[in-house]
Write a protein that binds this ligand. Structure first.
Ligand code: ADP
Ligand code: MG
Length: 633
């Protein structure tokens, strides 16, 4: 889909050339090979290795959840061990408590008890995580991690203080798992299930990340304002991600209980919660395989230290914890982004890029009917915004019509960005109202503005720098498609995803950045990144487009191209509001201009009228602003 114009022969020539320079296997093939090797050798590994591998698998399942939560979603949790505990205790209780056994075994048989335990654990975790998440995820900065510490301590002491959970001694006599009568008591057999669960959850998470919903999850890290203006309900996504990570932890706990065959509170304490976080971060916080790498390195390291240190130091004691801590500091210093990206950089030279599978059915995205030219689409009436005693906007009224470019100008600090926030739902006016598509917007969030057809860019570019341009732009089309988390995890979204990516490429081409579609957004010049933001806004098919200083950082020819693009959009019937300092750009482009000074509108009119307006000239000449040059020219 990348190059619809290239003929099959050139495409295959490019493909075979890249085979020659890079390796034989694709990433998927290498993964399949590694899994196959593990499967073949599994039966011959020493018992001890199998047990260690099983532990690595269990830890990795938790760490995969943390990679999603912390690495991708940007929410740090020290408390995952508590969710592992809920999963473990739920099944231990369901399988051993006389009351539960009596009530349940008649229904599902003894062999069915662990599965009921799994269900109870998942439901309980879901409830607890949702409740904790809805309270704590609103917090930002350091407060969220602190809160995870607080509730992980509470849950830990709760486990130890509940009589029916065996107090500090815990619960013994947890039965092994059985699947349709086949026992998984042998660690070698249970290990297969553990690794199957791990690989399955990695597959699901990988699919989720590689989808519309995954882009929205990644956007959480780009800040609430950006994600919301793309139509993403960030509060909901944060909670869902938190619950997802907690559920993975609970599944690990369930497996753990049936491997250990007893549970007590110790493995679910804060220390272990910190270790899980280390695994995710050391491995590479944004990478699923980093979770497995981190879990492996830390498990093996701890074990080796326990073996080596006593003989090295001649005394026993908890020295391994000290050395472990120091080593972690060193590793984090050396690999700030975790070890996986370094490994990946090395292996990517040996690997062949995977072919993107073409979906069978490409769906059409939701289309918006643009209002007729001349219709007022955005109307601000006497909008006032006060910050304490400062009046940043004072009864500002203005409108944007379909098929026109309206420019908002004014010296620095005049209140332009504040006004932008009022009319895009980022902030609410103190007085006055904003109507979009003749709907009074009140205190609606910016995703409601996006839904009604408002697209915008930011004065300070807000892109996901490490992601490709096409992915950044596809995020703009988020709300034109509908497949959810489960559909994405199960790859039932391919048609829709292809349509989103095709739309993104179309907008990138249209904005003249076609050759950069597949490079990371951060590698572009700042001016080009502004254009990427415009393409992202266009992917949402807006009726009205708000641009905050789009020409800043552009070279002369790029400005001309931008003006041509905006002219084109205007002729298609889009309404455009632009804040811009470059007067030549504004005067040549705008149909109408509104001038702000100290939060108040001092003039409105055509470029000609504004250029001859004495008050405007005074405002610009009064302040030693470089705009004066543009105005008087
Ligand atoms: P412009 O974009 O025209 O340069 P702004 O809208 O950014 O101007 O700022 C207008 C005035 O409001 C400035 O005096 C600024 O200091 C003030 N201001 C903007 N945002 C805030 C805020 N969140 N809290 C307090 N004052 C603010
Ligand atoms: Mg500003």
């Amino acid at each position: 889909m990348s190059a619809p114009t290239s003929t099959p022969s050139t495409a295959s020539a490019v493909a075979s050339a890249s085979v020659a320079v890079s390796g034989l296997l694709t990433r998927t093939q290498l993964t399949a090979l590694a899994v196959a090797l593990l499967a073949i050798t599994w039966g011959f590994l020493p018992e001890f290795t199998v047990v260690v591998m099983s532990y690595i698998g269990l830890y990795s399942i938790v760490a995969v959840g943390l990679v999603m939560l912390t690495g991708v979603g940007g929410m740090t949790s020290f408390g995952q061990a508590a969710f592992v505990g809920i999963g473990a205790y739920a099944t231990a209780w369901a399988c051993t408590s006389p009351a539960a056994v009596q009530a349940l075994s008649g229904l599902v048989g003894m062999g069915g008890l662990p599965w009921v335990g799994l269900l109870i654990g998942l439901v309980l975790t879901f409830g607890v995580a949702w409740a904790l998440g809805s309270v704590t995820l609103k917090l930002s900065g350091h407060y969220l991690p602190l809160c995870t510490i607080a509730w992980s301590l509470s849950l830990y002491y709760l486990f130890g203080n509940m009589e029916f959970l065996g107090g500090q001694t815990g619960i013994t006599g947890v039965p092994p798992l059985t699947i349709v009568g086949y026992s998984l008591a042998d660690p070698r057999v249970l290990g297969v299930l553990i690794w199957a669960v791990l690989l399955a959850s990695m597959w699901l998470m990988n699919n989720l990340l590689d989808s519309r919903e995954g882009r929205a999850i990644r956007a959480l890290k780009g800040g609430r304002v950006m994600a919301e203006s793309m139509g993403v309900d960030t509060a909901r996504y944060r909670i869902k991600l938190f619950v997802l990570a907690a559920l993975l932890a609970a599944i690990s706990g369930w497996l753990y209980a049936h491997m250990q065959r007893f549970v007590n509170p110790t493995p679910f304490n804060l220390n272990i919660g910190i270790e899980y976080l280390f695994m995710a971060v050391v491995g590479g916080a944004g990478h699923l395989w980093g979770a497995v790498l981190g879990a492996t390195v830390i498990t093996l390291l701890k074990q080796k230290l326990q073996d080596i240190l006593p003989s090295l130091l001649g005394t026993s004691g908890n020295f391994e914890v000290v050395v472990f801590g120091l080593l972690m500091v060193l590793v984090l210093q050396r690999f700030a982004e975790g070890m996986w990206p370094t490994l990946q950089r090395f292996t990517s030279r040996l690997l062949r890029p995977s072919k993107v599978a073409m979906p069978k059915a490409v769906v059409t995205l939701e289309q918006r009917k643009l209002p007729a030219p001349g219709t007022v689409i955005l109307q601000a009436s006497e909008v006032t915004k006060r910050f304490g005693g400062l009046v940043a906007n004072n009864k500002v009224s203005m409108s944007v019509k379909a098929g026109e470019v309206h420019a908002l100008i004014g010296p620095n600090g005049a209140g332009k960005s504040t006004f932008f926030n009022m009319i895009s739902g980022v902030d609410d006016p103190t007085e006055g109202d904003v109507r979009l598509m003749s709907q009074v917007m009140g205190k609606l969030p910016s995703r409601a503005f996006a839904a009604l057809g408002l697209g915008r860019t930011f004065q300070h570019v807000r892109l996901l720098g490490q992601r490709s341009v096409v992915e950044n732009v596809a995020l703009g089309a988020h709300r034109r498609a509908h497949k959810g988390w489960i559909a994405s995890m199960l790859r039932l979204d391919r048609g829709e995803e292809a349509a989103l990516l095709a739309e993104a490429r179309r907008q990138i081409e249209r904005c003249g950045l076609g050759e950069f579609a597949d490079v990371p957004a951060a590698s572009l010049a700042l001016g080009q990144q502004r254009i990427v933001e415009i393409a992202r806004a266009l992917a949402g098919q807006p009726a009205v487009l708000l641009l905050d200083e789009p020409a800043a950082g552009l070279r002369h020819l790029e400005k001309r191209a931008l003006a041509a693009l905006l002219n084109q959009l205007r002729s298609e019937g889009m309404g455009i509001l632009v804040v811009e300092h470059d007067m030549e750009f504004v005067m040549n482009l705008a149909d109408r201009i509104t001038v702000l000074e100290f939060g108040t509108v001092i003039a409105e009119g055509t470029p000609k009228e504004i250029q001859n307006n004495q008050r405007v000239l005074d405002a610009y000449l009064g302040g030693a602003d470089d705009l004066a040059a543009g105005i008087t020219k």
